[in-house]
Ligand binder design. Sequence first.
Ligand code: CDP
Ligand code: CDP
Length: 211
Amino acid sequence: MIIAVDGPAASGKGTIARALARHYGLPHLDTGLLYRAVAATVLRDELDPAQEADAVAATSFDDLLLADEWLRTDEVGKAASVSAHPLVRSALLQRQKRFAMQPNGAILDGRDIGTVIAPDADAKLFVKATPMIRARRRHAELQKCGSTVSLDRVLSDIRARDDRDSTREQAPLVAAPDAAVLDTSFLSVESAIQKAIALVEAQLARKRTTT
Ligand code: CDP
Ligand code: CDP
């Protein structure tokens, strides 16, 4: 069973994907971390994220890096614009497809799971929330880590990231036509998780009756 969870920054897709992984006992991959690992490697090697060749060279990053907290910082998040390079996306494609094809299945979250990585997924969710609510969530997380960045700044970064992810030519952020859309704007974490499970169950039931 493959479950695809897509959505913009701070929509809650990671929280939902982790909860679904626990609920169904499936392995989970946060694909954003792969792009962040490429970005971190480019920064560490003092290369230029805007140069496709520099970013492609960084796709053979050391897997140990995936556990590094540095990957979750804003600095690395900005350099994750390496995701717009088509050759970076194709270099990371097989790794994500392999993860999805594990014997019992898998849950992947990102931007293009339901559209590109696993277009035949058994269930697809597109998680969204308003930019202001997403900015408030991100701002609260940053404050917890001691950051003094303003809410306005976080909001403009979120808008810039949305714009960058939605307008790139290859694998833009868009809901797959067969994805169930889940707006978490006014949902608690717990209710968002319950709704996500109900939406997945409905898709699985529909699939069972048509096959
Ligand atoms: O945590 P946040 O939602 O801010 O970002 P992330 O999921 O860690 O992803 C970082 C960046 O990687 C995103 O802004 C996207 O540009 C890119 N990404 C992508 O292009 N495709 C994916 N499947 C996952 C992430
Ligand atoms: O993975 P993504 O960037 O889409 O978001 P996340 O890391 O799952 O969630 C961002 C923040 O929003 C976390 O601090 C969550 O606890 C919070 N949140 C949520 O995920 N869902 C809600 N319904 C409310 C808050």
